[in-house]
Design a protein around this ligand. Structure first.
Ligand code: SF4
Length: 359
């Protein structure tokens, strides 16, 4: 029989390898569905090393799902600040509220019930239910998909091939712990079968892997061409009223929703920075301002675009009556530590902490 289909043996190899080589990660010391769920949400689009301190800080403050349901969204976003993709945090809060109100605080064990929770897709549901309850759901993230596309020598990750991969892992799961199999494949993907370098000599799948026999396993699946991302020139203003300045809260439905920021926005063609800032502040909060000294410029790269943001001190020309539909606050610099701001703003805070905050 072709080794590739000797599923019983491969399951055994995977589980033995996982027992010896698994990464010691904080969430692997627990089978609490709330903690595993939190870890998987944080790990989406984010490196393990970045997640670990956030995970520990979060659990220190919110050790149970009930604590999250009882917390305010603003306090949760403050803990999440810097981790990015803030929808994950807001959806997790909404989902914890639902679990507490509709499921008596118990995370659903049924895949179809769980997947209805805000922010829970097929991957999260499969990862949590396999790790916590050993249910047979392959957790197909980018790492696992890459490992299997090489193992099965699939050039493309078409919908059909993903289904083939899914079914193949299901066969392995008939012979051993689905949670361990998913986690073994996650570790192989992140530690051994890397996008640009497959260390096949360390891999428990080497004997049965088809791509390793080609001597160019990294060519599976065919690498995607990275599209260039647009850059936007943005201007923002710190509008002072005595020792306080104005901040606005971003709309929940938008990128970085729920976080606080200074008024401002994108420059239009032909505008000077001052002209753009005066226009943006007038549109955003109804104030007419005088633009004062320049504080500095920062660059920040998001997943789909980058910004070059220049910030100025500003003062209102006549009054400080705000006309906006967004929540707003006048705060002192010392209050920044209590509210969540985007990473780009923290770069600006570093400049202000060095040069002094006032105009
Ligand atoms: S043998 Fe090599 S190519 Fe195949 S899964 Fe393992 S590391 Fe990846």
């Amino acid at each position: 029989m072709n080794n590739m289909y000797n599923t019983n043996k491969i399951t055994e190899q995977l589980i033995t390898w996982y027992g010896k080589h698994k990464r010691d990660l904080p969430w692997r010391h627990s089978k609490d569905p709330y903690k595993i769920w939190l870890s998987e949400i944080m790990l989406q689009q984010t490196q393990v090393d970045t997640v670990i301190p956030y995970y520990k800080k979060w659990l220190n403050k919110y050790p149970t799902l009930k604590d999250v349901a009882h917390a305010s969204e603003g306090d949760l976003l403050k803990i999440w600040e810097g981790l990015g993709y803030y929808n994950r945090c807001r959806n997790f809060k909404k989902a914890c509220d639902i679990v507490l109100s509709d499921y008596k605080g118990k995370v659903p064990t049924d895949f179809h019930a769980f997947i209805k929770m805000p922010g829970v897709g097929e991957y999260i549901a499969a990862a949590v239910l396999s790790i916590v309850h050993d249910k047979s759901y392959p957790a197909l993230d980018g790492n696992i998909m890459r490992v299997l596309s090489r193992f099965m020598k699939k050039k493309t990750l078409s919908r059909y091939n993903k289904k083939v991969i899914y079914n193949h892992i299901c066969k392995w799961m008939k012979f051993g712990s689905p949670g361990d199999i998913n986690q073994a494949l996650m570790d192989i993907g992140s530690q051994i079968c890397k996008p640009n370098q497959a260390h096949c000599y360390k891999c428990p799948l080497e004997n049965s892997c088809r791509a390793t026999k080609t001597n160019l396993p990294e060519s599976y699946p065919t690498p995607k061409q990275n599209k260039p991302i647009p850059n936007y020139d943005v201007v923002t203003g710190i509008i002072w009223d005595h020792d306080q300045f104005l901040i606005l809260q971003r709309n929940e439905m938008n990128h970085l929703g729920g976080l606080w920021e200074f008024p401002g926005g994108k420059m239009k063609n032909g505008e000077s920075q001052s002209e753009a800032l005066i226009r943006e502040i007038k549109e955003e909060c109804g104030l007419e301002v005088n633009v004062k000294s320049k504080i500095g410029s920062i660059k920040h790269v998001y997943s789909h675009f980058s910004i070059h943001m220049t910030t100025f001190h500003c003062v209102s020309k006549n009054n400080t009556i705000i006309k906006t539909t967004q929540p707003y606050r006048w705060i002192k610099p010392v209050q920044i530590k209590d509210l969540p701001f985007p990473k780009a703003n923290h770069k600006l805070f570093s400049i202000l902490n060095k040069q002094g905050w006032h105009v």
